[in-house]
Ligand binder design. Structure first.
Ligand code: NAD
Ligand code: UD1
Length: 341
């Protein structure tokens, strides 16, 4: 049994990963400042698994507090989810994003170095490919970003690479997620965005529960089969299991390795809307509008490296993603704030 520190573990992807780590018999320590999450997610994870999480309400910008966590626990490896993630907000508040995402990561890497813990799995993003040169996207493709959020991911990847060159004891896996959606099958934990969602699936689900009238589809003139944007949606539980695979294989990998976590399949906005409508039992209303500023047409992964290096592949399809997300959203229309149960 290992002890894994999960930063940002109360958040959407973090809470699903904590659940899978506990189910796999690992000890889990979580650090989160609850800036974009609720401790209720972890209470529910404990209820589902029958196991406990050692939760520290702490900002990663607090280096002294972080050092205490490493003193208190013998941490074997870290999964680093903590960060701000809203692209539009990062354009409005660049300093907040650079300060939080870079500051938190530098503190974490410093604390890990001092504690002699040198195994890290980092949440990167397909956003580091910008408008991709080629589809499907392989990891060696040119990297570029168009917004401060993406820039923090790219900078952190660079910091990790430099660290692994300077000290060969480090084992760092940079996981580049495509579009995480869905929820745990229990319907007890899921994505709980603050305000009006900007991403497709949470927006669609709020249309489904009647909180929003209709989906606005950003463009029907993309060079795709039905003219709407294509993305690589990945079930959050598959994504969580990808982290367990990365932890298991980290010792066998070179110092710092970037790996896509996607399904390798593209799905259009209209195809997703129809899949969600089938789950909900009625056609979800939509209208077409202009393309969203900064949007790209087609983005999906080549998932070969994850299969080869981690022995991991996504197994859940679009129908599972919609069914599970809908179960969560319909039982918790207001997320963790209030529940119908
Ligand atoms: P989330 O906002 O639900 O979770 C992030 C967590 O980090 C939150 O609980 C937040 O409170 C915490 N946090 C932020 N700054 C902190 C700090 N300074 N100290 C302590 N805790 C802090 O987001 P998520 O969707 O679960 O994403 C997790 C990670 O995956 C993020 O790094 C995100 O950039 C990355 N990612 C997410 C997506 C996506 O679509 N959800 C896609 C690609 C990459
Ligand atoms: C967004 C982020 C990206 C992040 C990714 C994964 C932006 C600009 N980019 O990208 O950095 O890595 O999520 O979380 O936010 N759509 C609509 N109507 C809506 C919402 C979305 O038609 O109301 C369409 C989009 O045009 C796109 C698809 O749905 O074709 C998916 O959009 P979204 O969920 O925002 O994800 P990304 O655009 O991939």
């Amino acid at each position: 049994m290992s002890t894994i520190l999960v930063t940002g573990g109360a958040g959407y992807i973090g809470s699903h990963t904590v659940l899978e780590l506990l189910n796999a018999g690992q000890r889990v320590v979580v650090v989160d400042n609850l800036d974009n999450s609720s401790a209720e997610s972890l209470r529910r994870v404990e209820r589902i698994t029958g196991k406990t999480v050692d939760f520290h309400l702490l900002d990663l910008l607090d280096r002294a507090g972080l050092d205490l966590v490493f003193k208190r626990h013998q941490i074997d490896a870290v999964i680093h989810f903590a960060g701000l993630k809203a692209v539009g907000e990062s354009v409005q508040q660049p300093l907040r994003y650079y300060h939080n995402n870079l500051g938190a990561t530098l503190n974490l890497l410093g604390a890990m170095t001092d504690a002699g813990c040198k195994t890290l799995v980092f949440s990167s993003s397909a956003t580091v490919y910008g408008d991709p040169e080629r589809i499907p996207i392989v990891e060696d493709q040119a990297l570029r970003t168009t917004n401060p959020y993406g820039a923090t991911k790219l900078m952190i990847e660079g910091i990790c690479r430099d660290l692994a060159i300077a000290d060969p004891a480090w084992r760092i896996v940079l996981l580049r997620y495509f579009n995480p959606v869905g929820a745990h099958i229990s319907g007890e934990i899921g994505e709980d965005p603050r305000g009006v969602p900007s991403n497709l699936m949470p927006y669609l689900m709020q249309v489904a529960v009647g909180k929003l009238p209709k989906l606005t589809i950003f463009g029907n003139d993309w060079p795709t089969e039905d003219g709407t944007g294509v993305r690589d949606y990945i079930h959050v539980v598959d994504l969580a299991l990808g982290h367990l695979a990365a932890l298991a294989k980290a010792p066998t990998l070179p110092g710092c390795t970037a790996i896509n976590l996607g399904t390798g399949t593209g799905t259009s906005v209209l195809a997703m809307l129809h899949a969600a409508s089938r789950m909900v039992g009625r056609l979800l209303l939509y209208l077409f509008s202009q393309r969203r500023a900064g949007d790209i047409g087609i983005c999906y992964s080549d998932a070969t490296r994850a299969k080869q290096l981690l022995g991991w592949a996504a197994t859940r399809g679009i129908d599972d993603m919609c069914a599970d997300h809908w179960r969560w959203q319909s039982r918790n229309p207001d997320g963790y704030a209030t529940s119908t149960r």
